[in-house]
Design a protein around this ligand. Structure first.
Ligand code: SF4
Length: 579
């Protein structure tokens, strides 16, 4: 029977509790956001003793359902001041599921300032250990040390950025090669983990009971349907776009559309796009590292395998993973067209513990502020390295785009609710602009991936003006909140939007694990319920419709080459949440 583990960092205690009946249907984001709404005051300080950080496994994580290893991490965000859920791949969610732990709630703060702990969990117990010797260390060293000491374990940890409680600190999850390539990066949740004095969580599932599946027959039927849909859709199948080129296949597509944010969001096209494209990454990986460097899975059982292992010139490991948003953030947005420089910038983020989207936007703002020239990869590496050293400049950069813009007097600040806008230009892709503006999480493409219909034509091609209909944005927000609660990777959405059997498979696996008979609409309504709860939390924290806006410059500066502004009315934005 699944449990919740409550860890009190003030008393240094670990206690298992039954999962309350009201959370019976919840995993992932549904669980993190519900616990935050039930237990955390919206007006607490994000880094204070009254905030909590929740680690929740998805409902089907730990089973053999395909591509189902996402872990959700939630709390009140120090970057945005809103509620936050950020999820990642890697091997932690499946181990948590197999240990039959639905969620870990970490609360309080250690009495001794500056003291850090490790939380070690196996099938028999959960205990806190001293993190002495690992404090101040980057995540490559931490994963290596803990992997050697404990074997095949999952490691959820923070680097120096989290220890310093910088608001762009993310949380690392190790991958199958025990490297820190997968990040619950957004919203500064690494700073919240740091504020709790928790350096790392170690999950050992040796001998664990595994996920309890109430209706095995139904679950198996769903698993087969979803596997079939993922294996046949052009985007998700073996040898398909994601598997062959990784997510950076979007670089050329977005550039062609004029929607690839370039030079701190001052253009929609980048001259060096082809040099940093998915096609170039695949070619370089093949030349330097051979087979296996592309089509890499971030956890066992992923059948899409969009990840890669980018090698150095001599063929040795450089970084995993060089994916679209990270590639764009340090590439087009900083006008850097050298893949090795981009790889190094991502590696620094993985080690120090930073979100790559926020860090790339911050470096671009720092370039606009005159600290480094646009296009200067080596200068950007030097600047980003300041974060790990904890210098005053590094702490400014580590606190993200808005903080850095204020420090440097830059007014083109691409953020919503304090969080940097990701790799899709809202002046061109207007549906995603509505999502950025109205998401409960600040600017976040994963809150509702309208790129699928707007640009890729998945689920029926939508033009930007059709998608302006607020209801469609709301439908994306609700459905995504549901997917974020399942444990499935959001990339299954391509197949389940186009292939009805795929969506049926998701619903049957969810119903099979929990032992219920809910329809697809019932499950998506749970997504709506979650969004409503998150909105209520944010309203109590002081957010109003005036915060559901894109930055001013996007409505007054025309974006080349199409010379367009965002231009979606406030009325449309405000109608997203009207019934
Ligand atoms: S599709 Fe990509 S991000 Fe999603 S689980 Fe697989 S490797 Fe990880």
């Amino acid at each position: 029977m699944s449990k919740i583990l409550r860890v009190n960092m003030n008393e240094l205690t670990c206690k298992f509790e039954d999962v309350p009946e009201k959370y019976k249907l919840f995993g992932g984001r549904a669980l993190t956001s519900s616990i935050i709404c039930d237990e955390v005051s919206p007006n607490c300080h994000s880094l204070g003793p009254n905030n909590k950080i929740i680690f929740a496994t998805g409902v089907v994580s730990g089973t053999n359902a395909p591509t189902s290893g996402r872990i959700s991490i939630g709390g009140k965000s120090p970057l945005t001041g809103t509620i936050k859920e950020t999820n990642a791949g890697g091997i932690a969610s499946q181990k948590l599921g197999k240990l039959q732990i639905r969620a870990i709630i970490v609360e309080g703060k250690p009495k001794e300032k500056g003291k850090f702990y490790l939380l070690k969990i196996n099938k028999d117990e959960a205990k806190l250990l001293s993190a002495e010797g690992l404090v101040g260390k980057g995540m490559y060293e931490v994963d290596n040390f803990l992997g050697q000491r404990y074997g095949n374990v999952a490691i959820i940890g923070i680097g120096p950025a989290g220890e310093m409680m910088l608001t762009n600190a993310g949380i690392s999850i190790n991958d199958m090669e025990n490297r820190p390539g997968r990040y619950a990066g957004r919203g500064g949740m690494g700073a919240v983990m740091g504020s709790k004095g928790l350096k790392a969580i170690i999950l050992d599932d040796e001998g664990a009971p595994g996920v309890e599946i109430v209706n095995k027959e139904l679950f198996d039927s769903g698993r087969k349907k979803l596997t079939n849909a993922l294996s046949t859709h052009d985007i998700t199948k073996k040898g398909g776009a994601l598997n062959t080129y990784g997510t950076a296949v979007l670089i050329n597509i977005m550039n062609e559309a004029g929607g690839l944010p370039t030079r701190n969001f001052s253009s929609g096209q980048f001259d060096g796009a082809s040099k940093i494209s998915g096609e170039s990454i695949a070619e370089t990986c093949k030349e330097r590292g051979g087979e296996g460097t592309m089509g890499h899975g971030c956890h066992p059982g992923c059948i899409i395998k969009c990840s890669n292992i980018y090698p150095k010139e001599d063929g040795t490991h450089h970084v995993s993973c060089l994916e679209y948003e990270s590639d764009w953030a340090f590439g087009a947005n900083c006008e850097i067209d050298n893949l090795d420089h981009i790889a190094e910038l991502i590696r620094i983020c993985n080690d120090v513990g930073l979100d790559t989207i926020e860090a790339g936007c911050t470096i671009a703002v720092a370039m606009e502020g005159g600290l480094v020239e646009f296009g200067d990869g080596e200068g950007a590496i030097k600047l980003l390295n300041e974060v790990g050293k904890g210098t005053p400049l590094g702490r400014i950069i580590g606190n993200g785009t808005e903080f850095t813009a204020k420090a440097l007097g830059v007014s083109r600040v691409p953020t919503v609710k304090g969080q940097s806008i990701p790799a899709y230009e809202p002046r061109v892709v207007k549906g995603i602009g509505i999502i950025y503006a109205t998401s409960t999480m600040g600017a976040d493409h994963t809150s509702g991936y309208t790129i699928a219909p707007e640009i890729l034509g998945v689920g029926g091609k939508q033009d930007p003006f059709a998608i302006e209909k607020a209801q469609l944005a709301r439908a994306f927000l609700n459905t995504t909140a549901f997917i974020d609660s399942t444990g499935y990777c959001l990339f299954i959405a391509f197949a389940i939007l186009d292939i009805a059997e795929g969506f049926e498979g998701v619903i049957e696996t969810m119903n099979g694990v929990i032992g219920v008979d809910l329809s697809g609409d019932d499950w998506v309504n749970i997504g709506k319920e979650i969004i409503d709860k998150e909105r209520a939390f944010n309203i109590e924290a002081g957010f109003t419709s005036a915060h559901d806006r894109l930055p001013e410059f996007m409505n007054i500066e025309e974006l080349p080459p199409h010379n367009v502004t965002f231009g979606v009315s406030e009325e449309i934005l405000d109608s997203v949440f009207k019934e």
